[in-house]
Design a protein around this ligand. Structure first.
Ligand SMILES: *Cc1c(COP(=O)(O)O)cnc(C)c1O
Length: 378
């Protein structure tokens, strides 16, 4: 039996294993030097923005929104074409989530739709770099800033990507990453918040660690004693352990190699599938230098489900990314209605992610290509 080809998979090297083993047998399993080192390594890949390592991409979003201080009465404008966490973390803080439609070609948040959705209550515009292709970050930043809000970029798909020559991480007011195994680099579970704003950085760091204030200059009772720390605002424990940070630093050393292989696989799919009627391939906008996390095709003529079932039946683990967020019952129960974002809903009905990960072999890509072509009778 040939192995089922998954849609995404981690790539773990002997160096990754050594890096983890070294930390495991050392003095610090968590909150030690590997955390600071991983944060420096992340900053180097994020155009110098300060990075705060946390336990997941979801935790990163929660820290990011908490750093802005959003709560009841505030609105967050975001895209429905994302994983539910982009919206759920804002909702958990009490904000109202407002969904704006996506651009027809990239499935990224449309700046015009975002501009129409912002109000005086908007505190954050949250964009997602779908599949690794950067959103229109400059236009979205202008939309957010004109409304007195901040731009948060959920870059769970796009560490390693650049927009008009600038690396993702240094462009938006806040950028969040995920290091889940299928993402561009992994720490098993993990994530980070990056920002060039010192106040947002401090608030994200404190939220990650119970809200504890250790800086004596800011404490209300600085003379309590050497053990003293204070909580001024509630936080959580979202600390990423040293063991996982060591894996992250080791993975980042292979980021360029991962990007090259993902680009090569993207090119092979593009060349081999371009002639198929009934299939649309992902576009690359001028100015975008994506590190492709997904290869999202669009199956036209209401045939997406049939294509999914055909490919799954022959051992090709395609995936659908994503059901529009407001279709989830938790949002439907709050009164969100289908039909609100037609571009995103049409995209969802057509979308299929083909396998894409650095360890995908040439023979396996050929198997995927043959499987897709066979669905179209080619
Ligand atoms: C993966 C992902 C998340 C959540 O990240 P986790 O590390 O799984 O918590 C959030 N947003 C997007 C767009 C994602 O792809």
């Amino acid at each position: 039996m040939r192995r089922v080809i998954p849609y995404g998979r981690q790539s773990i090297s002997p160096e990754d294993l050594d890096a983890v083993a070294r930390v495991l047998s050392g003095d610090w399993l968590t909150t030690g030097p590997a955390v600071a080192e991983f944060e420096r390594d992340l900053a180097a890949h994020a155009g110098g923005a300060s990075a705060v390592a946390v336990t997941s991409g979801t935790a990163a979003l929660h820290c990011g929104y908490a750093a802005v201080g959003i709560g009841p009465g505030d609105e967050v404008v975001t895209t429905p074409m994302t994983f539910v966490a982009t919206a759920a973390t804002a909702a958990l803080l009490g904000a109202r989530v407002v969904f704006a439609d996506t651009s027809e070609d990239t499935a990224n948040l449309c700046p015009d739709a975002a501009a129409a959705a912002v109000t005086a209550r908007t505190r954050v515009v949250a964009a997602v770099d779908y599949a690794g292709h950067p959103a229109e970050l400059d236009r979205l930043a202008a939309v957010a800033h004109d409304a007195g809000a901040l731009l948060l970029e959920d870059a769970s798909h796009s560490i390693g990507s650049a927009w008009h020559g600038r690396p993702v991480g240094s462009i938006a007011d806040l950028t969040t990453f995920s290091f889940f195994p299928t993402k561009n680099v992994t720490t098993a579970e993990g994530g980070a918040v990056a920002t060039t704003d010192a106040a947002l950085d401090r608030r994200a760091r404190e939220f990650r660690n119970h809200g504890l204030v250790r800086d004596r200059d800011r404490q209300r009772e600085p003379d309590e004693g050497g053990w003293h720390q204070e909580v001024h605002e509630f936080g959580l424990n979202y600390r990423l352990p040293d063991v996982l940070c060591a894996l992250g630093s080791s993975q980042l050393r292979r980021l360029a190699e991962f990007k090259r292989r993902r680009a090569e696989l993207h090119r092979r799919y593009h060349e081999a599938l371009a002639d198929l009627d009934g299939l649309r391939l992902p576009v690359t906008r001028p100015g975008a230098d994506p590190m492709w996390h997904l290869y999202p095709v669009r199956v036209l003529d209401e045939r997406r489900r049939a294509a999914y079932e055909h490919l799954r039946a022959i051992g090709i683990g395609v995936q659908v990314n994503y059901v529009p967020v407001y279709w989830h019952p938790v949002f439907a129960d709050l009164g969100y209605r289908r039909g609100a974002c037609p571009n995103a809903e049409r995209f969802y009905r057509e979308q299929l992610s083909l396998p894409l990960f650095p360890g995908l072999t040439d023979a396996e890509v050929d198997r995927v290509i043959a499987g897709v072509r066979s669905f179209f009778g080619q």
